[in-house]
Structures are given as structure tokens and as C-alpha cells.
Design a protein around this ligand. Sequence first.
Ligand SMILES: NC(=O)c1ccc[n+]([C@@H]2O[C@H](COP(=O)([O-])OP(=O)(O)OC[C@H]3O[C@@H](n4cnc5c(N)ncnc54)[C@H](OP(=O)(O)O)[C@@H]3O)[C@@H](O)[C@H]2O)c1
Length: 267
Amino acid sequence: MKLGVIGYGNLGKALVRGLVDGGISQETIIVNAKSERTRSAVKEAFGQINVTESKNELVEKSDAIFLVVEPKNAPEVLAEIGGYNLSEKVLVSFMAGITLQEIKEMLRDASECDIIRVMPNIAIATGTGILGITHDGTDHETVKEVLQILKRLGYAPEMSEAQLDSITVTAASGLAFAASLLDAYQKAGAGLLANEEQSREITLRVFENVIDLARKENCSFEEIVARITTKGGTTEAGLKSLNQEIITDTLTECMQKSYEKCRRIQE
Ligand SMILES: NC(=O)c1ccc[n+]([C@@H]2O[C@H](COP(=O)([O-])OP(=O)(O)OC[C@H]3O[C@@H](n4cnc5c(N)ncnc54)[C@H](OP(=O)(O)O)[C@@H]3O)[C@@H](O)[C@H]2O)c1
């Protein structure tokens, strides 16, 4: 199967890296980006990948077209590719907040192609990402093949379109929220440890330790807290100052704001 990728920014790069490292041959990928600078960067990173400034060429040479541009560029890009022959092609949109219906409206003749919407996070670069997937239910072979390729990029549950916005917030933007929490932990730890570098290493290991314990022993985060906390001990002394309600409220507000923004993109 030939794959076309339109857009090679933060997510486009992660996608191409994940595809290539996941075993997709470079020769079967063709990339289009707006600027010559970005197209040269593709060539530098992946010598065998085809690069084009023509969307018509990309459409002609691809069975599946991955759309990885910003939502504000969607009307222009979709209007252009909608003018080419999309018969028997699959369009795979990675754009946050643009619905299947809106994509169909922006294309000139939606009946010609199948459309899949994917909401990933950038960890797809390492094949360990999270990808919410929704599509209009057709069982064409090309759609099935694309779904198989997407599953190589990480945990890829299929879901209703309405649920996709929740994945945008908790998994895509969620990587930034989680990184901010780790950053705070690192900064707080640096006050006690030898230096920032040591604090970074300990932060990474502490969070890895919690995840390993939760997965391997299939226990809740609350159980882990209970296991470590002895009455009158050091953990309990620290936890008394760690207001979990404030952290939960802050995160709830953060996710709510992010969700509202995601909904507004659709208005
Ligand atoms: N970043 C994430 O973590 C993430 C997660 C989930 C979903 N998404 C979605 O992924 C999409 C891309 O996000 P991003 O963070 O990768 O954005 P980005 O870093 O700004 O990259 C956008 C890319 O689109 C290209 N582009 C813009 N207009 C174009 C056009 N007319 N024709 C061809 N290429 C064009 C740009 O090309 P030039 O480089 O040449 O300007 C650039 O490579 C967005 O819709 C976003 O909602 C992103």
C-alpha cells in the first residue's frame, strides 16, 4: 500500500518516524509540505522517502492520504485534494476537532473516498502512542489495511466520533499535561538533590516505578500510596501537605478548558 502524508510538522514527523520504524518501507511513502525547507528536511531525515510539492502527484501516487496539517489549513487543503481523483482512496485525518461531516463538506466529492479520523499523540513516533480511531464503518480492504497500519503505532482503540475529543484532551494534549506535572516534580526535587540532572533522573525513575508497579501488580494508584505510607512516617508527613483535591481540581479545570477549545474548533 502506498501512503501519502500531507504536513510534516510535530505530528507529521512523529507519524513518518513511527511508520518507518514500524516496518513500512520508505519507498512506499510520499510526503508533501508547504515549504521547500520542510520538504528538504524530509529528504535529509529519510533518504528513500519521496517528496513532492504537488498534492495532485501525492494523491495519484497514494492509496491512503494522511492529513497532518493544522485545522486552520483544512479548508484550503481539502478543497484542493477534493478536486483530484480520490476514487478508491482512503483519507486519514489527524486534525483535532474537524468532524467527518465537515471533512466531507470541505472535499468537493466525498462519495469518492473513505474517511478515517485519528486522534493520536506524538508517542506514535516510537510505536507506543495512543490513537483514538473513528470511521464511517465501511469494510473496504484499503480501510482494513490502513487500520492495521495504524495499530502498529500504539494502543489504537476504535470509538465513536464524539469520544475522539476526549482522546484529544487526555492523550494528545495529555502528554503536555503529564510533562508539566513531571517538570514540577523535577523542580521541587532539585531543591533537595545534588542538581537538576539528578532530579531529572529520579523523577523519570519514580514515575516509571509507579507505572511498573501499577501494571505488573495490577493495583490502583491509591493502593500504591497505602503501601508506602506508614503511620507517623516520612511519607505521611509529606502527604499531609500534598493537597490531592487541589491537584485534581486543577487537572479537571485544565482538561475542561482544553475540551472546550477542542469543541470550539468545530464551531
Ligand atoms: N502535535 C500534536 O501533538 C498533535 C496531536 C494530535 C493531533 N494533532 C493534529 O495534527 C495536526 C498537525 O499538528 P502539528 O502539531 O504537527 O502542526 P505543525 O507542527 O504546525 O505542522 C503543520 C504542518 O503542516 C504543513 N502545512 C501547512 N499548510 C500546508 C499546506 N497547504 N500544504 C501542505 N502542508 C501544509 C506545514 O508545512 P511547513 O512546515 O512547510 O510550513 C507543517 O509541516 C493538527 O491538525 C493537530 O490538530 C497534533
